[in-house]
Structure formats: structure tokens, C-alpha cells
Design a binder for this molecule. Structure first.
Ligand SMILES: Nc1ncnc2c1ncn2[C@@H]1O[C@H](COP(=O)(O)OP(=O)(O)O)[C@@H](O)[C@H]1O
Ligand SMILES: [Mg+2]
Length: 314
């Protein structure tokens, strides 16, 4: 038997079901590789359970709040348990679209033009009266998203100024900070990064949602989205999106793994929508798809990520 690994999954996040799918798949892969695995659906006893089980390493298969925002990472640092994936800072920055987009702008990583507002700005200082200006600056549709959420939950496209208030209410029901963003027409690609000292970009995955946009249903229902791996872009564009992804990964001080979602605008070129520090590992997820194209089957991918964490723990 190799190391005893706890796979953290589930929890109360809105992405619970997705995380359970990621977690089960990762656990099977780890078992196949000869590890002893404890699956932990996280709850209020997490810390004492980790102590009791005497795990040597944690694989974080959590998505969303607590698992992806730096909280769990911080607890594992306190407990001196090595864990897979990016650390506290990267998780906090990646999970918050406002913080990460501000950094992208400062470091010349192209990202769609945006404004960030809080619930308080609407409730206490009348931000609603500025929405006409938002529309004239960003054009329509305006993309409205909660700052800290994933799996496209709470994302709405407001076709005009009159649709903005309800889109904002929807986004604000997920988080008290929202991003209002310029809509980007054009191909959607996602570039996964794997690597420890020298992060390497995997082949870009092109995403075509068959209905509407790449929302929760399209992400996790088999057959609802067409994926092309590698994306149908030329070599120069492939290098460009891969370089951008590596730059974003390094900028947020990520390690081990990340996934950078982009859209390619006809004029502006690739624009980074966001960076994920705990990419999905389900049957329909993008990172495993990209890894397979690069010749790495799922168990090898998982084993490589575990290897990075183990090397740190020594
Ligand atoms: N500015 C935008 N223009 C066009 N589509 C967008 C834009 N922002 C997000 N989307 C669509 O919404 C999906 C989810 O948005 P994203 O920013 O990746 O947030 P998350 O995946 O964390 O919910 C994207 O994959 C894309 O299909
Ligand atoms: Mg995304």
C-alpha cells in the first residue's frame, strides 16, 4: 500500500453534486494506483476526522465555496497536511473574479472590460442610477456574474438596461459582489495547466454549447455540448492561448494545476474570463479531456497531481 490519501468532496457548496462526481472518479483512480483512500464528504467535523484518520495527504476534489476559495487550503496548512493543487493565495485570488480580473488588467492579460459592484453600492449609495452608463460603456448584452461562484451559477445576460436589475438580483443572491462584463462573441476555449516547477499548457479545448450558453446543464450533461480537442484554431492562436494561460497561472502564483477559461474575440483576440484552481474531474470535464489528448489517461493525471503534493510534503 502506498500513502493514505483523503479525497475531500461534497460539502455544502452549490457545486456539491459536481464535486461528488469528481471525488468518486479521483478515488477510483487513486485506488487503481495502489493508494489507500478515504473518501470524505466534508462537514463540521472535517478537522477532527482528518486527525483521527491520520491521513498523509489530501486530494482536494471540492469545487466552490470553502474548497476552492482558500479556506480548506488554510486549514490544511495549519494541520501540516500536504494537499493537491494551488495554495491559499492562488485559491483566494482565482475564486474571486474581481480580484483576479484586476490583476489581469495590471499585468496586461487581456480580459473583457468590466465593472465591479457590491450589494451595498445598490442598497446604500444608489448604484442603480449608474446602470445606464454601465450599458453605454459595455454595450449589450451585459454579462452579469457573481464575483465568487462557479459552474456558471447566477450568470445572466441582460439584453438591455431594463433587464439589468433582475440579472443583478439573481447574481447578488449568490454573492454580495458582482461583475458586470462586456459580452464576448467568438469561440470559447479552455486551457488547462499542469506542472510543478515548469507549468505546461495542455491542448486547448473548444467548447460549443448546443443550447444557450455553457451553463450548468451544458457543463455536466453528456451530449449537451460539443468539445473539440484540440480546438480548431491555427498554431499561432494555439500558442497564444497557451501562453496566456501559463501567464495567468504564474501571475496568481498557482502550482500543480489550473484551468483558464477564455473567449476569442474577432478583433481583440483571446480574452481571459477566469482561472479555476480546482478544475472539474468529472466524465464531462475539460481538464481530463485535455490531458487525454496530451496522452495522459485519468489515473496518470491524478497520480501526477498527487506526486506534486507528496514532493512538497517531504
Ligand atoms: N464576457 C462573456 N461573454 C460571453 N460569454 C461569457 C462571458 N462570461 C462568461 N460567459 C459564459 O459563461 C460561462 C461561465 O463563465 P465563467 O466566467 O467561466 O464563470 P464560471 O465558470 O466560474 O461560472 C463561460 O464558460 C461562457 O460560456
Ligand atoms: Mg468558467
Amino acid at each position: 500500500m502506498k500513502e493514505k490519501i483523503a479525497v475531500l468532496m461534497g460539502g455544502r457548496s452549490l457545486e456539491r453534486e459536481v464535486s461528488l462526481r469528481s471525488g468518486h472518479r479521483v478515488s477510483e483512480a487513486l485506488k487503481a494506483k495502489g493508494h489507500s483512500v478515504v473518501k470524505l464528504d466534508i462537514d463540521e467535523h472535517l478537522v477532527s476526522t482528518l486527525k483521527k484518520e491520520k491521513v498523509e495527504l489530501v486530494y482536494i476534489a471540492l469545487h466552490g465555496k470553502f474548497g476552492e476559495d482558500g479556506t480548506i487550503q488554510q486549514l490544511l496548512e495549519i494541520m501540516d497536511i500536504p494537499y493537491t493543487g494551488p495554495g491559499v493565495f492562488s485559491s483566494m485570488m482565482g475564486f474571486d473574479k474581481i480580484l483576479s480580473k484586476e490583476l489581469f488588467v495590471q499585468e496586461d492579460i487581456p480580459t473583457p472590460e468590466f465593472f465591479a459592484l457590491s450589494a451595498g453600492a445598490f442598497k446604500e449609495i444608489g448604484a442603480s442610477a449608474a446602470l445606464d452608463e454601465v450599458v453605454s460603456k459595455l454595450g449589450t448584452p451585459v454579462v452579469v456574474k457573481p464575483a465568487r461562484q462557479g459552474s456558471a451559477l447566477g450568470i445572466k445576460f441582460a439584453k438591455n438596461a431594463s433587464e439589468l436589475p433582475s440579472a443583478l438580483i439573481a447574481a447578488l443572491s449568490y454573492d454580495d459582489k458582482v461583475v458586470l462584463e462586456r459580452y464576448v462573441e467568438g469561440m470559447e476555449v479552455s486551457v488547462s495547466i499542469v506542472g510543478n516547477i515548469e507549468p505546461r499548457a495542455l491542448p486547448p479545448v473548444e467548447i460549443i454549447a448546443k443550447k444557450g450558453f455553457f451553463d450548468f446543464e451544458s457543463m455536466y450533461t453528456m451530449g449537451m455540448t460539443d468539445y473539440f480537442v484540440p480546438a480548431r484554431i491555427d498554431e499561432a492562436m494555439t500558442s497564444r492561448v497557451q501562453e496566456l494561460a501559463v501567464k495567468a497561472h504564474k501571475l496568481l502564483r498557482c502550482r500543480d494545476v489550473s484551468r483558464v477559461d477564455m473567449r476569442i474575440d474577432a478583433k481583440a483576440g483571446p480574452l481571459v474570463l477566469e482561472l479555476n484552481t480546482s478544475p472539474g474531474m468529472t466524465e464531462t470535464s475539460l481538464l481530463p479531456m485535455a490531458a487525454a489528448e496530451a496522452g495522459m489517461e485519468f489515473p496518470e493525471l491524478v497520480e501526477e497531481l498527487v506526486g506534486f503534493a507528496l514532493a512538497r510534503g517531504k
